[in-house]
Design a protein around this ligand. Structure first.
Ligand SMILES: *Cc1c(COP(=O)(O)O)cnc(C)c1O
Length: 424
């Protein structure tokens, strides 16, 4: 059967039951290594003349099924899974960029990614210009001779700005650089950035895809659409020292990046996903669509209810009529805007701390995308390492509280916030 929808593919893609002893569930291949038929077979595998499993740092049958499934539902040609979303992002950057390169990134980013770009990569000679994505021309205006990519979050965490991927992709294309999109908050069930011109899509699998707060993971999905041979990416066109003279683009064509990410990125940096975590994440992926729609529905209703509260000065959710991102949300996230809601209290920083200390169902912790509802005060936690000015460009004000609205009964959640508001 051809052209199955992503709803069906989330349950079946990548798993040929005939190859797994008929097991209906994807089995966990808990092994570090694989027996070669003979030395010629081993040499062919190492020489990329034949595909097969070598060592679990590079590939694993459980991980392979998760990779194939994620690639299909995002509309890519291939994927590589990692130990975390952060290692997926870092390994992508370290595979593509070298000292002297430059990145243009939206400023509204996950705190860890912001620090990677702002502090750690500059130490290696890789600089980033951060731009406000509300005006897409800012991307074009920051591009330099040595710019090698545009990086964005499709739905910024925690600013919840919806980015105009299609327009930003045009700018990347005109400058012959790839558009890399972190699609974690939106999830592939609600948005497929490749449809709008993204070249590489990254997810933290830890969040809504795993969905139950049990396992860290990350993935990089390659659209296979970027031309690495323009002269800007010589490591794809010139013989690779790290792979006995392999010319990636010439030999591997559209799969050049995703293969390089595996055979150099996982080989050299080693952030492999545990097959056990891959199994957990597969369970989550199978119910992603029903969960994210319910998360989105609960979050919208909850945001609307928060707007009626006297103690609350503002509420941010891209599906609200009052949101400046409503129009973009209708284009890019028509079937739901995910489960994250932010709001501010009239009482500011101290009131925000008191509220987050007083909830009984909402758990105070640093995660999103669990079935259970979560609450955090980013200014004092996830974005604490940023200066107040950097926090503001990342969309984090001192009074901001971030909720990840779970799958509980929304009336119970309202009661919880009501009792917490009374404690202020
Ligand atoms: C959590 C998160 C990450 C990092 O993923 P980990 O799995 O925690 O390493 C990256 N980007 C976004 C948008 C996230 O929410």
């Amino acid at each position: 059967m051809s052209n199955l929808t992503k709803t069906t593919n989330a349950l079946h893609a990548g798993h040929d039951t005939k190859l797994t002893q008929g097991t209906r569930a994807v089995p966990i291949y808990q092994t570090t290594s694989y027996v070669f038929n003979d030395t010629d077979h081993a040499a062919n595998l190492f020489g990329l003349k034949e595909f097969g499993f070598i060592y679990t740092r590079l590939n694993n049958p459980t991980n392979d099924i998760l990779e194939k499934r994620l690639a299909v539902i995002e509309g890519g040609i291939g994927a590589v899974v990692f130990a975390s979303g952060t290692s997926a992002i870092a390994t992508t950057f370290l595979t593509l960029f070298k000292s002297g390169d430059h990145i243009v990134s939206s400023s509204s980013l996950y705190g860890g990614t912001y620090n990677l770009l702002n502090v750690t990569l500059p130490r290696l000679g890789i600089e980033t210009s951060f731009v406000n994505a509300d005006n897409v021309e800012n991307f074009q205006n920051s591009i330099q001779e040595n710019t090698k990519a545009i990086f964005i979050e499709s739905l910024g965490n925690p600013k919840l700005d919806v980015l105009d991927i299609e327009e930003i992709a045009k700018i990347a294309k005109a400058n012959k650089i790839p558009l890399i999109v972190d699609n974690t908050v939106a999830t592939p069930a609600l948005l497929n950035p490749i449809k709008y011109g993204a070249n590489i899509v990254i997810h933290s699998l830890t969040k809504f895809i795993g969905g139950q707060g049990t396992s860290l993971g990350g993935v990089v999905i390659d659209a296979g659409t970027f031309d690495w041979t323009s002269g800007k990416f010589t490591e794809f066109t010139e013989p690779s020292k790290g792979y006995h003279g392999l010319k990636y683009s010439e030999t591997l064509g559209e799969t050049a990046f995703i293969v390089k990410l595996r055979i150099e990125g996982l080989r050299d940096f080693g952030a492999a996903l545990s097959p056990y975590n891959a199994f957990q994440i597969i369970q989550g992926l199978e119910t992603l669509e029903v969960r994210i729609k319910k998360h989105s529905e609960n979050a919208l209703k909850f945001a609307q209810w928060l707007q009626t509260k006297d103690e609350i000065s503002w509420v941010n959710y891209p599906g609200l009529k009052s949101s400046r991102y409503l129009e973009l949300a209708q284009k890019y996230l028509p079937s739901g805007q995910s489960g994250v809601v932010t709001f501010g209290l009239k009482g500011g920083f101290e009131a925000a701390k008191k509220l987050t200390d007083s909830t009984k169902i909402f758990s105070l912790l640093a995660n999103i995308g669990d079935t259970k509802s979560l609450i955090i005060h980013p200014a004092s936690t996830t974005h604490q390492q940023l200066t107040e000015e950097q926090q503001l460009t990342a969309g984090v004000s001192q009074d901001l509280i971030r909720l990840s609205v779970g799958l509980e009964d929304i009336e119970d959640l309202k009661e919880d916030i009501d009792q917490a508001l009374k404690q202020i």
